[in-house]
Design a protein around this ligand. Structure first.
Ligand SMILES: [Zn+2]
Length: 223
């Protein structure tokens, strides 16, 4: 069982709009971020890949990749990675600015001026608020995948996924799975009918959320 990348992607982009209503970037950067967000929202389903190489796509599906353990670990690592990139970029930028300010004799006015010389490290330190912000968003994003899968029907044993791994290997699934599962066997006669059913049900549930978040973001940008 699984929801479709379409459903996971809609929820992921909606969460991006909700969490960062004032965020705005160039079109190129926006598409890059959108792509990364959709990838993050679908990330637990990458557990298909090792199975594909062993000619059994479902072999590792809904193992520990669909768990809180992976969600927490991935959030912490992504937050650290992003903050290190930012720190590196800012440090480099400040080095360039520092040399410019020295040439222009304006070093004293810069916030990173420490009295006797320009110190890029003053302004390039790790920002704990930003770290928590990015880590929190990645957690919410990946967790949204688990939430959707939790409410997706599963017709194969073992039902559900080990949500609390590594604390517990017990498989969980909602007693009211209202989302239809995506079939992988395209030779099955009901395959295409099921694809249409998934598209309709996910659109009904997730498109309103996405458009609402889009409106909130537009309002956030106008303020
Ligand atoms: Zn999944």
């Amino acid at each position: 069982m699984m929801s479709s990348p379409y459903g996971h992607g809609l929820i992921g982009l909606g969460l991006l709009n909700l969490c960062y209503p004032r965020w705005f970037a160039s079109p190129g950067k926006t598409f890059l971020v959108y792509g990364l967000v959709v990838l993050g929202a679908c990330l637990p389903d990458l557990d298909f890949l090792p199975g594909i190489f062993s000619e059994n796509p479902g072999r590792f599906h809904h193992g520990p990749f669909h768990s809180l353990g992976l969600t927490v670990g991935l959030s912490l690592m992504t937050g650290l990675f992003m903050i290190l990139i930012q720190w590196k970029r800012r440090t480099n930028l400040l080095k360039i600015q520092g040399s410019k300010f020295k040439v222009q004799g304006k070093t004293e006015n810069h916030p990173s001026y420490s009295g006797s010389h320009f110190e890029p490290s003053n302004a390039g330190t790790l920002n704990s608020y930003r770290y928590l912000n990015i880590t929190g968003f990645v957690f919410v994003l990946v967790f949204s995948h688990l939430l959707l899968d939790f409410f997706t029907e599963d017709l194969k044993d073992p039902y559900g996924f080990p949500l609390f791994w590594p604390l517990s290997g017990i498989y969980v699934i909602s007693p009211w799975p209202f989302l239809p599962q995506v079939m992988r066997d395209w030779t099955n006669p009901v395959f295409w009918g099921q694809i249409v059913r998934v598209f309709i049900v996910e659109s009904l549930f997730f498109l309103p959320f996405f458009f609402l978040s889009w409106r909130l973001k537009r309002r956030g940008r106008q303020e």
